[in-house]
Design a protein around this ligand. Structure first.
Ligand code: NCD
Ligand code: ZN
Length: 369
C-alpha cells in the first residue's frame, strides 16, 4: 500500500464536502478470520486497513482454551507477510461448561481480550454455544471481577420468535437479566441491527456498548430479495427494515462513544452461500472502511468517522489509540466480482458494484496527535 504525504488532518475533515479524509488508523472490533486455507487468504484484507481486530472464536472446534487461542493467534500472524503491522486480539467461545479459571488466566496473561457468547444454534458454528445463560453465571462473575468484556451475539434462539424480532427479544429476555445481575460487567452487544438495540444501549450505563457493521449501515432487508434471492446479503443478525437502518446510521454518526466499528466480515465459500440452505455471513473486508466512509459521507458526518472507527473501541476496551493514520479518497472504484482465495471462491459484499470512497494509503502520526 502506498504511503502518502501527511496533510493536515482536522482541516480536511472539517470542510463541508471533503474529497480526502485522514484519520487515526481504525481497528475492527468483530471479525471472522476463519482458519486453514481460508485464513491465509482473508487475513490480509483485514490487515490492510485495521491495526487490530477482535477475532471471533467460532472455529470448528471453537476456541475455548488459552492454548487454542495462542495457537490460533500464531496461525493468524503466520498467515500475514512478516512486516505486517497487525495485532489479533483473541476471544474465547463460551460453552455451558467452560472453565472460569482458564478464562481468567487467559485474560490475566494477556492471551484473551474478551469472551464471546453465542446462544446455542444462533448462527454459524454455534452448536457448542450456551444453552442457558444461567449456566455461565460463574464465568460472568469472574469476568466482571477482572474487567474482561463479554461480547454478545444478541439473538433469541427460540424457534417461535420471528427472525426479525430475535434481537429485540434477546434484549428483553436475556440482556436485561445479564445487565441486572452483573452491573459492573463490560458488555458489547455485537453487530446491532435494530432501533431497539440502539435505544437500549443509549439508555444503559457506560459499560454497555455496541458494534455496527458496514453492511447494516448500507442495506435493509429488501436488498436480500431484490429481483430474486440474494444469498450474499444474508447474515445474522439478518438485515431489518429501513427504519432500523436509519437508527443505526444515526447512532454510528452521533459521536456517542458507546458505538464503534465492528465489521463482522464473515467469508464463506461461494458454494456454501449459493445453495439450498446457505450459510449466514457477509465477506466485507475488501470494502469495509470504504463502506463506512460512504455511509458517514452520506450522513454529512465524516467528522465523526474517526471517533467511531478509531477511538471509541480502544477507549471502551481500555487499549491505547493507534498512532498511525489512514487516508481515504473520494474516488469511485468497482469492487471485484469474486476472489479466488487459496482455491476457494468467495463473493464479497457489493460484488461488482461501485463504491465512492477508496482507502488510498497509510501514514505516520501527525503532530495533531
Ligand atoms: C458469522 C459467521 O459466519 O461466522 N455469520 C454471520 O452471519 N454474521 C457468525 C456471526 O457472527 O453470527
Ligand atoms: Zn460475527
Amino acid at each position: 500500500m502506498p504511503t502518502f504525504n501527511q496533510a493536515p488532518v482536522r482541516q480536511e475533515i472539517n470542510i463541508q464536502s471533503p474529497r480526502r479524509v485522514i484519520i487515526r488508523q481504525p481497528d475492527d472490533w468483530h471479525v471472522h478470520l476463519r482458519d486453514g486455507p481460508m485464513l491465509a487468504s482473508v487475513a490480509g484484507y483485514t490487515a490492510r486497513q485495521f491495526a487490530r481486530a477482535i477475532v471471533m472464536p467460532n472455529l470448528v472446534p471453537p476456541v475455548t482454551t488459552m492454548a487454542a487461542a495462542i495457537a490460533y493467534r500464531d496461525r493468524i500472524i503466520a498467515a500475514l507477510p512478516l512486516d505486517t503491522a497487525f495485532t489479533p486480539l483473541m476471544t474465547a467461545y463460551l460453552t455451558d461448561d467452560i472453565d472460569a479459571s482458564e478464562i481468567e488466566r487467559g485474560f490475566q496473561e494477556g492471551v484473551l481480550t474478551a469472551c464471546k457468547l453465542y446462544p446455542a444454534h444462533a448462527t454459524t458454528n454455534s452448536a457448542h454455544g450456551v444453552t442457558d445463560v444461567r449456566k455461565i453465571y460463574g464465568v460472568l462473575a469472574a469476568m466482571e471481577r477482572i474487567g474482561m468484556p463479554l461480547l454478545l451475539h444478541g439473538e433469541a434462539t427460540d424457534r417461535h420468535v420471528d427472525i426479525f424480532d430475535r434481537e429485540a427479544v434477546f434484549i428483553d429476555r436475556i440482556l436485561t437479566k445479564i445487565v441486572a445481575n452483573f452491573p459492573a460487567l463490560k458488555i458489547v452487544l455485537e453487530h446491532i441491527t435494530t432501533r431497539e438495540a440502539v435505544q437500549f444501549v443509549e439508555a444503559a450505563g457506560p459499560l454497555l456498548a455496541a458494534t455496527i457493521t458496514p453492511h447494516h449501515l448500507m442495506i435493509n432487508r429488501n436488498a436480500m430479495f431484490e429481483g430474486g434471492i440474494r444469498p450474499h446479503l444474508y447474515c445474522l443478525p439478518v438485515a431489518k427494515r429501513e427504519v432500523h437502518r436509519l437508527a443505526l446510521r444515526k447512532a454510528a454518526t452521533s459521536g456517542n462513544p458507546k458505538f464503534f466499528l465492528g465489521t463482522d466480515s464473515a467469508p464463506h465459500a461461494v458454494g456454501d452461500k449459493e445453495t439450498a440452505c446457505g450459510c449466514a455471513g457477509i465477506f466485507n473486508a475488501p470494502v469495509a472502511l470504504e463502506c463506512y466512509a460512504t455511509a458517514f459521507d452520506e450522513e454529512n458526518a465524516l467528522d465523526k468517522l474517526e471517533a467511531f472507527a478509531s477511538e471509541n473501541g480502544p477507549k471502551f476496551y481500555g487499549l491505547p489509540l493507534n498512532e498511525n493514520t489512514v487516508c481515504l479518497e473520494k474516488t469511485e472504484w468497482r469492487v471485484e466480482a469474486d476472489f479466488a482465495l487459496g482455491g476457494i471462491t468467495v463473493v464479497p459484499f457489493l460484488a461488482s458494484g461501485l463504491v465512492p470512497w477508496k482507502l488510498s494509503g497509510r501514514g505516520a502520526v501527525t503532530s495533531d496527535y
